[in-house]
Design a protein around this ligand. Structure first.
Ligand code: GUN
Length: 282
């Protein structure tokens, strides 16, 4: 089975568009998402464009704020504080990575936790790990939605997450644990990575190395979620998984592009709606 993230995300976007129309009629204003990008990294620009497009499609308000790469940390902080203080703004997203002269954690910590649609603020991270109501990061949330949409059995299954980033690896491991998976987090220093991966019923790969996971690293019938988006020298986009080799072995697999990527963006809209609802009913 090919897990069609593009199609599943489209269904979600249509549902959210209806939901936004209902909420707007009920509360008299649209949910509002502001997206900030610093500099002109082509990959980041492309992701941000997709985020804005989905936001407009679903009927959200908001602005795209494009700042030059020379923007200082103080200037960015001032902009965030201004959006924090604006009651009409529900969500603030600062696209990462930031230029090296800006401290990423300082920026993440400056965003009001109740407007942190990425779920990266320390209080939202703590909320996730302490099972409190929180904002769940978009990519992990999208991965869980794909597993649910494809009725992947989770309880008691062995999930191996390759990659330990704050954005994907660590939070998705926690979400899988919450669904009663037995979870292993593997990474670049894992001894005999192939043997560990072969024990996975669910294999989630988020390392950013093209074609790192090959057929001999995958158990027959495993569900494979490829989070990688790598651009090869010839311009082709590929995942962290050797799709052509692994697809015949897997029960289900996400393609790149068209797997996890569209789900991340759908979950950003979902998080913005959730932030709006919590703020407007508070
Ligand atoms: N850069 C790569 N992934 C993400 C993400 O999910 N959110 C933000 N803000 N930046 C990113």
């Amino acid at each position: 089975m090919i897990i069609d993230g593009k199609q599943i995300a489209q269904t979600l976007r249509n549902e959210m568009r209806d939901e936004v129309a209902r909420l707007t009629a009920q509360y008299g204003r649209k949910p509002c998402l502001d997206v900030i990008i610093v500099g002109e990294d082509p990959a980041s620009m492309s992701y941000v464009r997709s985020k804005i497009k989905a936001s407009e499609y679903c009927g959200l308000d908001g602005e795209l704020l494009r700042l030059p790469a020379t923007t200082t940390e103080d200037e960015l902080l001032r902009l965030i504080h201004e959006r924090n203080d604006n009651p009409l703004v529900d969500g603030i997203l600062v696209q990462l990575p930031l230029p090296h002269h800006i401290n990423e954690l300082s920026i993440i910590e400056a965003i009001a936790p109740e407007k942190d649609v990425d779920g990266f603020h320390p209080s939202n991270v703590a909320g996730l790990w302490l099972n409190r109501q929180t904002i769940v990061p978009c990519t992990p949330k999208g991965i869980m939605a794909l597993l649910e949409a494809t009725t992947t059995p989770l309880a008691g299954q062995h999930a191996v997450v390759v990659g330990r980033s704050n954005i994907v690896g660590k939070p998705v491991a926690k979400l899988l644990l919450d669904k009663n998976c037995t979870v292993t987090i593997a990474h670049s220093r894992t001894a005999d990575l192939a043997a560990v991966c072969r024990t996975a019923d669910i294999l989630v790969v988020a390392v950013g190395r093209p074609h790192m996971i090959t057929a001999e690293m995958v158990k027959l019938g495993a569900t494979v979620i490829d989070v990688g988006i790598n651009r090869l020298a010839n311009g082709r986009l590929v995942g962290d998984v050797d799709y052509d080799g692994v697809a015949p072995i897997a029960r289900a697999i996400t393609p790149v592009p068209g797997g996890v990527g569209p789900m991340t963006i759908a979950m950003l809209i979902r998080n913005t709606i959730e932030c709006y609802q919590r703020r407007i009913t508070k």
